[in-house]
Design a protein around this ligand. Structure first.
Ligand code: PLP
Length: 511
């Protein structure tokens, strides 16, 4: 470990700025940070995925604003003691909660470089802007979308989805939208499946359509959008004087990973003259994998939302919106005041100003973590990660199907498996409580992180793999632990009803 002279690292008093008086001692601290982080990654598998925070750690974050300097070494010591061990755990091989990626070491290095350079990707003429332009083109190509598309890196798919719908709104209503707002005498509707991500509701609210404008249409048995039901909903809305605006197809739903029939939605949108938006937060890059056929039709979308920080393993946060026609995109957002006027030469030149394509003016250098990872690993490596975690999901599903105490609750979509622990004599309400408790016990054990959801009215344990670090035996271990905790919880129900999980009552008071 690199020795650090603690005394040499007081924060300066501000009279000479914020840089250290002595770069050599800063360098030794910086080396120690890097050494610690590499150790952290190299030994991550041997540590708990997640652990509850002790009270003193939790309380330590209530301290008031520090007005005096503690020094950089002290600040880092606090982070290594109180933050690193109690972080979320999604850098661990057995984290499969919600839907996340694990990050990657090349992306981690990129973030350090990006932070030091600290460029502003709002616009101007500098290499980082070209990096982002190239990342947008690379991602379009990786997703099987036209590389002529306009694109913008954003914080995640929630933002990317909202930008897509904002462009749809602007393209439909025209310049009066930006001048006077939504027309008072028109009401709009957006169609998606009942499994669509909650961010679309937020978008409809924030775009002024209201949450009720989001028509959530039933899904088929495989949890994909019933496109005939969308056609029927469109006809009903038209008859009622409501204007259908857009259909959102999911390339991988958040609950089960179901991929909607994109070709069928594209055909419908073409017939009905509607905006076709794809929420590809999970499966938007499937074209890189052996399952690329599942997303055929994505190239016909008017806009696509993608997440780089999920299956593509970029450090959080980075998502991407692609818009087929660049003028639609720019016309929805562009405002160029005098002080941002683009010049022909000098630093204020530059062909693309990203600030004209979204809300943010100052924008960080997220693009570098994607650029360096594509360059270092090659795009095919990400297709291989998708193939591997997909195979792991199907393998786990097979083990579940063969196990008498576990049942599967949905077809495997992308790399998500939904299942529950079962026991004879327990009804759905009792099993809901058991499975909710089992999920928490597994989490608190530190062995694995999974989360739960509700599918067709019952609690489902979701294993959303999405993690390039996972090995097959990690999933074997999880299944064994799930069954062990399931047995314990059910045994607790029958022997001591008073200590049973509370959410759904006990087996005895429901039978
Ligand atoms: C995660 C997710 C989102 C939201 O993306 P964020 O990056 O978390 O903002 C949207 N849609 C789907 C299908 C998702 O899985």
């Amino acid at each position: 470990m690199t020795p650090v002279d603690e005394r040499a690292l007081p924060a300066p008093d501000g009279s000479t700025g914020l840089d250290p008086d002595d770069w050599d001692s800063f360098r030794s601290l910086a080396h120690r940070v890097v050494d610690d982080l590499v150790d952290h990654l190299a030994t991550r598998r041997d540590q708990p995925v997640w652990r509850p925070m002790p009270d003193d750690v939790r309380a330590s974050f209530d301290s008031p604003l520090p007005r005096a300097a503690a020094g950089a070494a002290e600040a880092y010591a606090a982070v290594s003691e109180r933050v690193v061990p109690y972080s979320m755990g999604n850098d661990h091989p057995r984290f499969w909660g919600w839907y996340m990626g694990a990050g990657n070491p090349v992306g981690n290095l990129a973030d350090l470089v990006a932070s030091v350079l600290n460029p502003n990707l709002g616009g101007a003429d500098h290499a980082p802007v070209l990096v982002e332009q190239q990342v947008v083109r690379w991602c379009a190509e990786a997703a099987g979308y036209p590389t002529s598309a306009s694109g913008l890196l954003v914080g995640g798919a929630s933002e990317a989805n909202m930008v897509g719908l904002a462009v749809a709104r602007s393209a439909r209503i025209g310049p009066s939208l930006r001048q006077v707002g939504l027309p008072r005498d028109r009401r709009f509707a957006v169609y998606a499946s009942s499994e669509v991500h909650s961010c679309h509701r937020k978008s409809c609210e924030l775009l002024g359509f209201g949450a009720s404008a989001l028509r959530t249409v039933p899904v088929r048995a495989d949890f994909t959008l019933d496109v005939d039901a969308v056609a029927a909903a469109i006809a009903a809305d038209r008859a009622a004087g409501i204007e259908p605006l857009a259909v959102v197809a999911s390339a991988g739903t958040v609950n089960t990973g179901a991929v909607d029939d994109l070709e069928a939605v594209a055909d419908l949108c073409e017939r009905e003259h509607l905006w076709f938006h794809v929420d590809g937060a999970i499966g938007g890059f499937l074209a890189l994998s052996g399952s690329g056929d599942a997303v055929r039709g994505i190239e016909r979308a008017d806009s696509v939302a993608l997440d780089l920080h999920k299956w593509m393993q970029a450090p959080i946060d980075v998502g991407l919106v692609l818009v087929r026609h660049e003028p639609d995109h720019r016309q929805a957002f562009s405002v160029v005041p005098d002080y941002l006027a683009h010049a022909q030469r000098g630093i204020a030149a530059g062909e693309v100003w990203f600030s004209e394509y979204g809300l943010a003016l100052s924008r960080g250098f997220r693009a570098l973590r994607v650029w360096m990872a594509f360059t270092a690993y090659g795009a095919d490596a990400f297709g291989a990660v998708m193939d591997r975690t997909t195979a792991q999901a199907h393998r786990l599903a097979g083990l579940v199907d063969d196990h008498p105490e576990v049942e599967r609750l949905a077809p495997v979509g992308c790399d998500i498996v939904c299942l529950r622990y079962t026991a004879p004599g327990l009804d759905d309400a009792a099993l809901d409580a058991v499975n909710h408790e089992v999920v928490i016990r597994v989490q608190e054990s530190g062995v694995a992180i999974v989360t739960d959801t509700v599918l067709r009215g019952v609690v489902a344990v979701r294993v959303a793999i999405g993690n390039h670090r996972t090995r097959d035996d990690d999933l074997d271990l999880f299944l064994a632990e799930l069954v062990r905790h399931g047995r314990d919880v059910v045994a607790g129900l029958t022997t001591s009803p008073a200590s049973a999980p509370s959410a759904g009552g006990t087996a005895t008071d429901r039978s």
